[in-house]
Structure formats: C-alpha cells, structure tokens
Design a protein. Sequence first.
Length: 443
Amino acid sequence: MAEPALNPLAAELNERLERAAPEVFQMLSAFGRRAYFPKGILSQSAEAKEKGRRFNATIGIATQGDGPMYLPSIAEHIVGIEPKDVFNYAPPAGRPGLRSAWRSKLEAENPSLAGKVWGLPITTNAITHGLSLAGDLFVDPGDRLLLPDKLWGNYRLRFEVQLGVEIATFPFYAGEGFNVEGFAKALAENAEGRDKLVVLLNFPNNPTGYMPTPEEGEGIVRALVAQADRGTKVVAITDDAYFGLFYHLGAASMTESLFGPLTGAHPNLLAIKLDGATKELFVWGLRCGFVSFGPGRPDTAAEVCEVLDAKARGAIRATISNVPQLSQSLIEKALASPGIAAERADKCEILAARAARVHEVANSPRFAESWEVYPFNSGYFMLVRVLGVDAEALRVHLLDNYETGLIATGPHDLRIAFSCLEIDEVEPLFETVHEAIQKLREK
C-alpha cells in the first residue's frame, strides 16, 4: 500500500529534524514522519486571540459576556477556579503555565538535568496516552520493544496488540536486585540486525515495586549508551508513574529518573520521559500526565524538541484534541501551593510505613514454605512467588473462600497492592494467603 502524500508542513518538520539530528529522524515511525500540527482552526484562533481585539469569531465555543457560556448547575460545584479555566478548551500541548510548572518540578527533583537541553513537558491524558504518543511517533509494526519480564500488562495491549510490535523480555531480577547484566545482554541480542530498538523501563516498577540502586541505575545507563555507541538507534522510554514513592527498603534506591542521565548522553539515543500527576499528586481520576523529550545531541536539542513538540501536538489534535482544562487548572494551582511539598511528604510517609510493615511480615520465616518475596522498595506494589500452587488458582480460591482480592501476574507470581492496605490489615492479609496456599496444597 502506497504511503499517503506528505503534507508540506510535515516535510518542513522532517527537513529540520534531519538537519538537526538525523539519528532521531531515522527513529520516527511512518506516522511520525507524516505527523504535523496544522495551520488550521487552532492556529488561526490563536492568532485571533492575540490580535482580534474587536471581534473574535473563530473558536467553536459559545460565549456570554467576556467569558465562556456555562450552566450554573455545573459551575456551582467548582469553587476557586475562574470559568475560563474550567470550560474553555485547553491548548493541544497543555496549559503553558502547567507545562512550565511541571518542568520546574522535574528539574528540582532530578539534579542530573541541570544544564541539559530538553523539551518542555507536553500534557497528556495520563501516562497511557503518553505511551500512545510515543508508540505513534516512534514505532512501526515489526519493530522490537525490549521490556523486563515483570511488566504492566497494558504495555502488551498498546504495543503488541495495537501497534504490531514484537516484544522481547529479559529476567527482571538477578539475586537481590535488578538484572543489569541480563539487560545489557538482551540489548545487544535484540539490536542484532536492527537499525532501531525501543526500550521501555518502568521504575518504580509495576508489578514488583522495585527501584534500582544508584549503582544499578548507572549500569543501565552505561548499557544503553554502549548500545547506542555500537550504532543502534535507541528509543529509551522511561515510565515514571510512581516517581517519588521511594522507601529504601533493604538498601538505598535511586531517587532520580533515568531520563536525566540519558538526556544528552549519545546522538543515537533519544530519551522519552512519561510521568504524571496521577500517582505523584494522588489524583488518579484527573487523568493528567506528561511526555518530555531528551535528545542526544546537546547542540541541536532545542531544535529537535521544537520539531517533536509540533509532531506530538499534531498527534494529540488527531486523537483527543486536548486534555481537559479543569484537570490541568487544578494541578497547576496545586503546584503553586506553598503546602504541596509537605502534603506529598505526609502521604509518602504513610505509604512508606505500610511498605515497611509488608516487608517485615511477608519475609517472616513462618511464611517461607508458602512464598518467596521478590525485592521491593518503592511504589504501590510488592510481588511474591507462590510455592506449590498455581497463582491464578490461588487468586480465585482467595476470592471464593476468603473474600480477598489479589492479582495473579503469572503462573507463580501474586501482586499485592500495599498502597490500599492499612497497617493493621497487613498481617491478617498474609496470614490469609498463607492459609489459602496450605488448603490448596491439601486438595
């Protein structure tokens, strides 16, 4: 099937990108090469907003007086936010103030970004939408995606089912930590015979609740840079959904995203950071996330980011048009609140206490005959390898006989979300799982 004709705006973006970073241009998918932000209604409306002071009959909203028309029955439930920051459409890439505020937050929390050139975060409809954008712009059917074998199932739905990607995995753990050597080996093996390899790393990890140690993080970065140095175009996606929820159980973990050290690390390596307010600010239903680009050539990174920003805006415009204004306004106001750091720290302390209790109870010698605990130190989850029974059979048995819900993530693995357990529920839960395993073994 012939490729659709290339729009002149897309051709112009491609020319700019190929001049600035030919490696990144070669990473683009067929859609990524076709993508552009149109000079249509939105761009004309933006110009009219700036210059059309007398009359502005452009954008498709209804106005009344000097603001948007709205229903009082809806507005009465929204306190402290102006109607224009609730009912109007938001720009495709997000509210400018929110994008800048999120960038400042990332710079404060990731010191390795200091002095580096990277893109202004683009607002997404949470991280799942960020995954969709990354896939649309950089993945074609038949491309290879490398993941650890402990992974969030939705990656398969998005990349394997929707995009026709070949997924390859490697063992997540080696001993008591992340399998850096296995990761480096898998990188080399899966890059063999390919010009491009897409890598997706999720830390703190779902389902394991593991965040690498600083030494492991350095090893991951070295492996990616080494593969890029061999000539592979590496698209390195970091899913940082649970960023900031670090409990340092067993040993100190990293407290930065891999995005920082990967940005500007090698011309053949493009870092893509996915994160969001969802877990970091405890606003799951607001569905507000971000995607940020970290090019490998510092001298042309600004130009690369401008082009990728335009292509991402085009992809957003073609699908969801924009992220809800109200969600963005709420988060922008929260980021400006003087108390937000203390509020987040308070919630993190609660989760850390739950994680510590789970770590203590789950590793109790009396349960050693029922499961092995995978190392965990962060996030929402921990994982046990159940012994002598099938994890799915155990999950169903727990539901039917103990009114207890857990997630089976494989033939032997059971995920427990300590994020939704009170401290006094931890020990009874594990006692219940232990009893259920023993009962199943008797059958």
